[in-house]
Write a protein that binds this ligand. Structure first.
Ligand code: ME8
Length: 519
């Protein structure tokens, strides 16, 4: 966690923890980039942030995959968990902890919450018989499944295969929480975002809740149920618990716990809303633990409009994209192109179009023109702005007002509209520079030329500061060119101004243009 001013509350943000049963794909990368951007925004805005991500290593899917590969489950988990961590690092993710559910402290926390739920009378022993999807790690009512022509049975929702399961199991009294959950959605409408998701969850809960099977006895790869070594916890019980493990649970007297729990924001994908918005708050209510403030579900990333699948062969390796376009252009594309909370599509053409228009033209070109004219007409010394016109003041005021606008968007996880607002001001600045024409002014009025260039440089500084969460690396290089020091890059520096008289280095373009491929 980073240090921050005392006046702003700490901020705890998490991603889903991925199943490391295979290599990470672009969907995982999308979630990491988004959550990292939200975490970085809060840090730059003066909050002490705890950003947690990791891997969900237990359950039947992991054990089954390992058996197929002929290796120990632990070895599969180690290998793939490392691949997920490496992806995060490649994406520039600023996570504070990479939690693995096989970590010792996580087993302690999982047992502790289980014991609380049991002590509250919410856990009882019975027999489960019904359908289970190993792919989804989820139980399904028969009415939520159908039989295909080949005789196999799949879920209506996710299309994954289910198998008949009969075993002794502990159950969680989920049915007892229906009213409390409905009251939660009612009293805290902000608990689930986007809004449409809240309506879906509420109507699901209104339809009635059945008690949930929360332990398994037909395999043993999991957290052992306290006092009942022949049972392992249902993987979702321990998976969700990762969020409190990382905040220090069960040590509820610790600094960390007091500072960071309840979590401010769980970022997840739309396919796991029910687990996070129904089961998770019910477990916490049962255990007497405060509820997280908000769960936000992002959409799915589709390849040119099609769902990625191994059988279609269109699964995109995030490393290949980063290799081809560079990290920050990919981050920017994901964040700007896809309205956060909705599904999004990516294609080579769409990436090239977005990156060329917004990064290369609107920002890169503006910065490069401005800085090279400072070089050409002022020997690289930032000129003093004098006799500001209405147009100058108007543009500066827009840039100065951006932080407030962008903060409102970020607080609703509207990352795309936050970036849109920043780029709107860059658009205004590009119009301004083509109206003012400093390259012509330089022949007649050097003073006015200097003012125009100063204003442009100042807008570039402010917009670049605000774009840092999305593109940490390239904005850093651009701020270097503006001689904005490391201590002047947090958002409280937005209210300052570039110092006239500063010598700027010879600029180099930050955002290359891409060609549309022939095929
Ligand atoms: O669900 N586009 O793990 P997971 C965008 N272990 N997001 C996607 C995606 C896509 N194409 N495919 C998957 C799990 N995701 C559980 C989570 S949390 C306590 C346990 C998202 O590896 C998905 O929605 O299947 C989820 O948020 C994350 O990637 C991990 O998915």
């Amino acid at each position: 966690p980073t240090m921050a001013s005392a006046s702003k509350p700490p901020f705890y943000i998490t991603t889903a923890i991925a199943y490391p049963n295979g290599a990470p794909h672009i969907g995982h990368a999308y979630e990491y980039i988004s959550a990292d951007t939200l975490a970085r925004f809060k840090r730059l805005d003066g909050h002490e942030v705890l950003f947690v991500t990791g891997t969900d290593e237990h359950g039947q899917k992991m054990q089954q995959t390992a058996e197929k590969e002929g290796i120990e489950t632990r070895a599969l988990a180690d290998r793939n968990s490392a691949a997920f961590q490496k992806l995060q690092e490649t994406l520039g993710s600023s996570f504070d902890r990479f939690i693995r559910t096989t970590d010792a402290d996580h087993h302690v926390a999982s047992k502790a919450i289980w014991e609380k739920m049991a002590a509250n009378g919410d856990i009882y022993l019975d027999k489960y018989s019904g359908w289970y999807s190993i792919r989804d790690e989820a139980f399904y009512a028969e009415s939520d499944t159908r039989v295909l022509e080949d005789g196999s049975r799949v879920t209506n929702d996710t299309g994954t295969e289910v198998e008949w399961t009969e075993e002794e199991a502990y159950f969680f009294r989920l049915s007892a929480y229906q009213d409390k959950l409905l009251a939660l959605y009612e009293e805290h409408p902000e608990f689930i975002g986007p809004v449409t998701r809240r309506n879906e969850v509420a109507s699901f809960v209104r339809g009635g809740l059945r008690d949930l099977s929360v332990s398994r006895t037909t395999f043993d790869w999991g957290v052992k149920v306290p006092g009942h070594d022949d049972h392992v916890m249902y993987v979702w019980v321990d998976a969700l618990t990762n969020y409190i493990t990382a905040a220090g649970y069960p040590d509820t007297e610790s600094e960390k716990w007091k500072k960071f729990w309840p979590a401010d924001l769980h970022i997840i994908g739309k396919d796991i809303i029910r687990f996070h918005c129904v089961y998770w708050p019910a477990f916490l209510l049962s255990a007497g633990i405060e509820l997280p403030k908000r769960v936000f579900a992002h959409g799915f990333l589709l390849n040119s409009g099609e769902k990625m699948s191994k059988s279609v062969g269109n699964v995109v390796d995030p490393y290949v994209l980063v290799e081809e376009f560079g990290l920050d252009p990919i981050r920017f594309f994901c964040l700007r192109e896809v309205p956060f909370g909705q599904d999004g599509s990516y294609s080579h053409e769409a990436i090239v179009a977005r990156v060329n228009a917004d990064l290369s033209n609107e920002l890169g070109n503006l910065a490069q023109r401005t800085l090279s004219m400072v070089g050409k007409y002022f020997d690289g010394v930032l000129p003093e702005p004098v006799n500001l016109t209405d147009a100058d003041n108007e543009l500066l005021a827009k840039a100065d007002g951006l932080l407030d606008r962008v903060r409102v968007e970020f607080d609703q996880q509207a990352i795309h509209t936050a970036l849109e607002a920043i780029w709107e001001v860059l658009g205004d600045t590009n119009k301004y520079i083509s109206v003012e024409q400093p390259w012509k002014l330089a022949k007649t009025d050097l003073e006015r030329t200097g003012t125009v260039l100063y204003i442009c440089a100042e807008v570039v500084r402010i917009t670049t500061l605000l774009a840092q969460p999305a593109m940490p690396e390239s904005t850093g290089r651009l701020l270097d060119q503006l001689v904005v020091g490391p201590d002047a890059r947090t958002f409280d520096s937005i209210g300052t101004r570039l110092k006239a008289g500063t010598t700027l280095p010879k600029p180099t373009p930050i955002f290359p243009r891409f060609e549309v491929p022939k095929d």
